[in-house]
Design a protein around this ligand. Structure first.
Ligand SMILES: [Zn+2]
Length: 218
């Protein structure tokens, strides 16, 4: 390689960037006109530069796409989380409803006879022989109420023994469908004071009524 070629090729980068002084620039231009070798080197350099720019553009584009995607992903994650919470909450409400709302309470008259109690249990078992029947005596009912209002003991301190205005009751755990049938026994069986159920609530009303009861008794 000629000495001049060496110098020119050293200057080519600067020439391409446009950072050369006028004298050096003129030297390079003059040389490139007459030297095929250096012209070839310069052309290759220009092509590489174009390639580099293209690659940078591609990388920029990919970065932008990635940024957009991660924004989109974050949004999807938020939406997904919210939807999951809503779905889980609804599943909870329905499971709770079908587990709890089917329980009905049969309040018994104070003068109910043993025979009438047997008749009631038999009538329930005729509807659902697997129904769970839980008996709560008057005393149980009062204890439960006192437990509920234990922070306010004075409220119920006068009650007990013969002074108990509450009624004994059965809690019946059966299916929704059978609960409705048992509910309709109220009229036909002597000894029943009242049957209460949550069957006419929808799952949401039921949950919120339970929450309201909890809040007011605490
Ligand atoms: Zn040359």
């Amino acid at each position: 390689m000629k000495k001049e070629c060496e110098i020119v090729q050293d200057l080519l980068f600067g020439y391409q960037d446009g950072t050369l002084h006028t004298a050096s620039k003129e030297l390079v231009e003059k040389h490139l006109k007459k030297c095929e070798e250096c012209k070839k080197v310069f052309n290759e350099m220009k092509e590489d530069g174009v390639e580099d720019n293209k690659q940078e553009e591609e990388i920029d584009y990919l970065k932008k796409v990635k940024k957009k995607m991660s924004k989109k992903n974050k949004l999807l994650i938020v939406i997904g989380t919210v939807l999951t919470i809503i779905i889980l909450f609804n599943i909870f409400i329905f499971v709770y409803y079908y587990h709890e709302a089917r329980k009905i309470e049969i309040y018994l008259n104070n003068d109910i006879t043993e025979e009438q109690m047997e008749d009631i249990k038999n009538a329930i078992n005729n509807i659902d022989k697997n129904a769970k029947i839980e008996y709560h005596s008057k005393e149980d009912a009062l204890d439960e109420l006192k437990e509920k209002f234990k922070d306010n003991e004075n409220l119920l301190s006068g009650y007990g023994g013969d002074n108990n205005p509450l009624n004994a009751y059965y809690v019946i755990d059966t299916s929704m469908e059978n609960a409705r049938k048992i509910e309709s026994l109220e009229e036909s069986l002597p000894g029943i004071k009242q049957i209460t159920s949550n069957l006419n609530y929808n799952p949401y009303e039921f949950l919120f009524s339970k929450i309201a009861i909890e809040l007011t008794s605490n």
